[in-house]
Design a binder for this molecule. Structure first.
Ligand SMILES: Cc1ncc(COP(=O)(O)O)c(C=O)c1O
Length: 374
């Protein structure tokens, strides 16, 4: 028998750590699914939007292939963003656009640049395609209750000059920080493709940079229906970009990349007044949660809170044991938060913003754990 070897660049690939399905965890913990508080994947905590459920239940013609271009969805998005229809590509989650951009624009000798820490999909997809990935480390700065990752912008610009594509999540995952618009303007003046991932922009007080797209040939903004619109399971994202880049991506994407259910659901979600209400509630809960954490922090002083413009809060602890034990403690109570096993993030836990009533339970458990001398 002959064992078939993969292409060389896959020999040492680091698998992307996704989140486990809820049903699997419920069985593991012997807890009903409904009792689990899932705040590990930055997902939307609310029930599906009624407009989405209505659209899904009225689906017909699912035996036919979907519209390749998602024309209805693009039209409504173009109107909403006050841009042209030929500035949009719809994708199977914004993840797909990260991959398409790498496929279309990075040669094996090119470098894809991002910061660290950031969304793991960028380095993962660069590796999958055998493209060099470089990450500029951000410095962790602690000040009173808060911690911040600070980017050396000049160092990043210098690296960007030697790169083909630059990805910046704004707000960044995992910390929720937002880089300045003036920094992005300096970046986009360089001969590099600048991709701003706005997966969490709806939760931020900073506005989107999509309005800059018509001014540049090398500027792309990514958005998603997975977070503010609660459609993570249906996989719909979109990119806003110059027409020349759009044409390239459309020419190489899988034709039927977004299924009929996803197209209809995203269209319906855009008409729901509940979306903005829920975002407002989540921002209030985020504020409340950070204040509660600050009160705990005043007494215990063994962790720092990252101010966040997104739907999650990152906590940095003084040593790796505390986040690991806290993660395990919360897990045993059916509260799932994001634990990091990688050495650069081992002192951190990321907690997504869930429903207010659940976040009350979360803070109570955190208090119990931390006051227990851990
Ligand atoms: C920064 C960032 N970008 C993109 C995504 C992926 O979004 P999608 O579900 O649209 O693929 C995530 C998901 O967590 C994310 O954190």
């Amino acid at each position: 028998m002959t064992k078939i070897k993969t292409v060389d660049h896959l020999a040492s690939i680091k698998t992307y750590e996704g989140v486990k399905p809820l049903e699997v965890i419920a069985e593991e913990l012997n807890i009903p699914v409904a009792k689990i508080i899932k705040i590990d994947g930055n997902e939307n905590p609310y029930d599906p939007l009624p407009e989405v459920l209505a659209a899904l239940s009225s689906l017909k013609n699912i035996g036919n292939y979907p519209d390749i271009l998602c024309s209805n969805l693009i039209q409504i998005l173009a109107k909403k963003e006050k841009l042209e229809v030929n500035n949009f590509v719809i994708s199977s989650g914004s993840d797909e656009l990260i991959e398409l951009l790498i496929k279309a624009y990075a040669n094996p000798s090119d470098t894809v640049l991002s910061v660290t820490p950031t969304f793991g999909m960028i380095s993962f997809l660069a590796q999958v395609h055998g493209i060099k990935h470089k990450a500029v480390s951000q410095q962790l700065v602690k000040k009173e209750s808060f911690a911040h990752y600070v980017l050396d912008e000049d160092q990043f610009l210098d690296e960007a000059n030697r790169s083909k594509i630059v990805f910046i999540a704004r707000p960044n995952n995992p910390d929720g920080n937002v880089v300045s618009e003036s920094f992005i303007e300096r970046l986009v003046a360089l001969p590099v493709l600048v991709v701003i991932d706005e997966a969490y922009i709806e939760f931020s007080d900073f506005h989107s940079l999509a309005k800059l797209v018509p001014q540049y040939e090398n500027f792309v903004v990514l958005r998603t229906f997975s977070k503010a619109y609660g459609l993570g399971g249906l996989r719909v994202g979109y990119g806003i970009m110059p027409n020349d880049i759009r044409k390239v991506l459309v020419s190489i994407k899988q034709p039927y990349n977004v299924n009929i259910a996803g197209q209809k659901a995203a269209f319906a979600a855009l008409s729901s007044p509940l979306v903005d209400q829920r975002i407002t509630e989540m921002k209030k809960t985020r504020e409340w949660f950070i204040n509660q954490l600050k009160m705990v922090q005043n007494q215990l002083k063994n962790f720092w809170i990252h101010p966040s413009d997104a739907c999650y809060v990152l906590l940095t602890f003084e040593s790796p044991e505390i986040p690991k034990n806290l993660y395990e403690y919360l897990y045993s109570k059916g509260i799932l938060v994001r634990y990091y096993s990688s050495s650069d993030m081992i002192n951190n836990l990321r907690i997504s913003i869930g429903l207010q009533e659940n976040m009350v339970k979360v803070i109570d458990e955190i208090k119990l754990f931390l006051k227990g001398g851990n």
